[in-house]
Design a binder for this molecule. Structure first.
Ligand code: AMP
Ligand code: MG
Length: 407
């Protein structure tokens, strides 16, 4: 049996980053960028009007007011998207819409609300004095050409998509999604929707795995619930090795008479890197590899499977797909925490902020079969091996579930 720290070190030595591919921004949502996104031009790209109004020479409006309007002669109209090839001379103005190019000669905009008479024209009355540059969006005031806008490794969400389109990116280079095979083992497992006979239970682990794989930015390409039977395991695994970057199983890796997963993996030339880790829950954790494929054999107990995925598989998926890892928090216990003498202890729990301090409390349900302990939890709380329970007020490590927030 090895320590959690040693297990992590061994896993780290076997991770390789997936290849990259180009995708259209139409389908890039949720993907991880494999390139820095650079401003391909300054933004704004040209001086343009921030208001619907009139492009004027600011000096011409000096002293203008509602009582003493200044009359300027309108020489043209510039709409957003038009070439703006008009010259505004002294005593002249051009009607200019929001986003339209500022015509040559003009250096400010008078808002349409501060004018009258353009419908009858050609003289327009300006009711207000404007300063040079007023209501003009200047070239490059938002960003200079060549500046990095979004870093390699960022996830593409709404803001990134909008920014990519703003700067004319049609395709982007992203990391390929890691492809995963997931399977559950157990003669007792039945799919929801069917009746249960005595001794049977519903398979929940594959639902947990599939959702976590998707949340981590990877994809499930093979999935199956398999009986405790070596031939069926072999058939599934042979397909999985052929097409997947990672294989994750639940169940069948402990000491039970029908726990065949480890034996079958060995038969299929998987190199075992470790099998048992000094932790609770989830001691019978298998990690191996065959060529580039990584294999995690997680225990069947639902809490062990969920926590095992979050503590071991999730960080690997982040690294494989180019993302920066989530961090560990430190929080103060609001109640005591049941340490294990020689094992790292994990429990689902809650972390919250109070008077500028992070506080946490473990779930009262401590059994590894009690999956409802994950309901309402926003974190996993972790104690190092220790003789006595950690008392209220002690500091403890916490991993926030990445899709949850701290209130
Ligand atoms: P095992 O690791 O196969 O010995 O299973 C440990 C416990 O987890 C047993 O009580 C199993 O019935 C249960 N279990 C195994 N697989 C699943 C699953 N896919 N969903 C829910 N419970 C499971
Ligand atoms: Mg089993």
């Amino acid at each position: 049996m090895i320590s959690v720290k040693e297990a992590r070190r061994i896993i780290d030595d076997h991770i390789s980053i997936v290849t990259q591919e180009k995708v259209s921004i139409n389908v890039a949502e949720g993907r991880v960028l494999a390139q820095d996104i650079v401003a391909s031009f300054p933004q704004p790209r040209f001086n343009n009007s921030a208001m619907d109004g009139f492009a004027v020479r600011a000096a011409d409006t000096k002293g203008a007011s509602k009582k003493n309007p200044v009359d300027l002669r309108m020489v043209g109209v510039v709409s957003a998207g038009s070439l703006g090839d008009i010259v505004v001379g002294p005593g002249q103005c051009a009607q200019c819409m929001t986003g339209a190019l500022i015509p040559e000669g003009a250096d400010a905009i008078v808002m349409v609300e501060s004018s009258s008479g353009y419908e009858s024209g050609p003289e327009v009355q300006m009711y207000t004095e404007v300063q040079e540059g007023q209501h003009i969006r200047r070239v490059g005031e938002e960003i200079q050409s060549g500046k990095v806008l979004i870093n390699d490794g960022s996830s593409i969400t709404t803001a990134e998509l909008g920014t990519l389109a703003t700067f004319g990116y049609k395709d982007v280079r992203v990391y390929r999604k890691p492809r995963l095979a997931i399977f559950a083992t157990g003669d007792e497992l039945v799919e929801p929707g069917n009746d249960l006979l005595p001794g049977q239970i519903y398979n929940s682990n594959l639902y947990v795995f599939e959702d976590l794989v998707r949340r981590a930015g990877a994809e499930v390409t093979l999935k199956s619930v398999i009986k405790d039977d070596q031939a069926s395991l072999k058939t599934f695994l042979t397909d999985a090795f052929y097409s997947c970057d990672m294989i994750i199983s639940s169940g069948g890796v402990s000491m039970g008479r029908f726990d065949y997963v480890r034996d079958v993996l060995m038969e299929l030339n998987v190199m075992e890197h470790f099998w048992r880790v000094a932790q609770k829950p989830g001691k019978p954790l298998f990690f191996g590899s065959r060529e580039k494929a990584l294999i995690f054999g997680l225990p069947g107990n639902p809490v062990s499977a969920f926590i095992g995925f979050m503590e071991y598989v999730w960080p690997v998926l982040e690294i494989m797909s180019g993302q920066s890892g989530s961090s560990t928090l430190s929080a103060v216990l609001d109640e005591s925490f049941p340490c294990e003498k020689e094992k790292t202890r994990y429990l689902f729990g809650n972390i919250w902020s109070e008077n500028g301090q992070l506080i946490c409390a473990p779930s009262k349900k401590v059994g590894s079969h009690m999956l409802t302990s994950s309901l309402k939890a926003n974190c996993i709380i972790i104690s190092e091996p220790g003789d006595k329970p950690l008392t209220k007020g002690s500091k403890i490590r916490v991993h926030l579930l990445p899709w949850k927030t701290i209130k």
